[in-house]
Ligand binder design. Sequence first.
Ligand code: FES
Length: 501
Amino acid sequence: MELPGENESLWIATTNQTNYPTLSKDISADAVVVGGGIAGISTAYLLQEAGIKTLVLDMRRICLGVTGNTTAKVTSLHDLIYTHLTSHFGKEQAKMYAEANETAIGFIEKISKEKKINCDFRRLPSFTFTTEEKEVEKFKKEVEAAKTLGLPASFTTDVPLPFKVKAAVRFENQAIFHPRKFVLGLAKEFVKNGGQIFENTKATEVAENKTSVVVKTEKGKVTAKQLVIASHFPFFDRGFYFARLYPYRSYVLAVELKEKVPQAILINLKQDSYRPHSYEQKDILIAGGGDHKTGEEPDTTSCYTYVQDRVKKEFSVKNILYRWSTQDNYTPDKVPYIGKDIPTSKRVFVATGFNGWGMTHGMVSAILLKDMITGKKNEWETLYNPSRINITASAKTVVKEATDTAKELIGGKIKPRKEIDTKNMPNNSAKVFTYNGKKVAVYKDSKGNVHAYSAECTHMGCIVNFNTAEKSWDCPCHGSRFNTDGKVLHGPALEDLKKIE
Ligand code: FES
């Protein structure tokens, strides 16, 4: 089915490609950051500014991953998080979360102003809304919880949308920006301050000893005192993050409207969202939604059509300019993991599980990790501690997600799947079939060439499924993704799918 718009993120299409070198020899630094998205580059920038000689490694070009494909809402209004935090973490910790995210908004604004990074930063109100009468009480409670924590919250039904809502939480003074303009600008500042960036440099192994941490890459190793893993899903996983991060995909359209674009950040509890963006001297609408667990949606093109149909129903659409998709990691208790990767770690830090709110949490990670590495006390540390256990806040999610993963790990392999004759597969189609007792992922391209790879994910062996809209093989267990030539697009898997002749 023909989908509308250019199949590329607007943020990537409207910025230049970076061209940092590839690491080709052994090197040392005070700190090494793996991952060149907003969390990695902001952390590296703050560390370098604090006098810590830092370098960044990215397995591709920087800022092409989740930060290059987000909707880029810069807000502390995260669905209905404050009722949840207050009841499961207590008022003190809920206040920390509010303070951390509000600080992050201010930091992005301050840095972009001071460093003259023209990233289209704009302050706007933010709304979480519902059209369901049965949810009104929940929204009222959220406003009360947020107000108690000192957040700029109010209850309203007056929302800049072309339909009526039953309730909304409104936060003042939130923001939007162009994420790649910001991160690429910050990367330049980091390099100007003496930092180094290596692209197309895949970190493959880590060894921590008493005096240093050594990160092995394909062509050289980095020896440093500290390592920050900001690779979205941690590529080095001794903290069992694979069992406590749940990857979801979501879909985005950049749309030109015939009418005025709402001047606000808007989202409902299904994660259907809108925000404006200034594009070629006019405002366009960035619409997001269609979320599903990675590797579990049999027809991902329908996720784009879901967003498209919704926008067309709610607005008068002139043109769809771009379409793209992204992936977020969710945590069972709804709070990210930012801090030491395991309790006994002296040198390895992690930033992951941003629950779809990576713009503010990327900057929260940078501020917190810079403080931890430079030995400055930061009160946010306990809340974000990756080794925390909060059973009441996590229980429901853990049971559901663990059952899903176990089903895929075991069921994916024993599920009877039919033998498939590739001759009868149409061009541009894909299937997983059984060959000599093994699962084989087969893609037949537009010219009829067959690309066959083992369907066993190289992370832990779950069976991958085809993503029709993005033309990739996606793993339903922990979200690894591979292109139709078996190459890793997204971790935790580090190795490509095995080719089948
Ligand atoms: Fe873990 Fe595939 S991502 S098994």
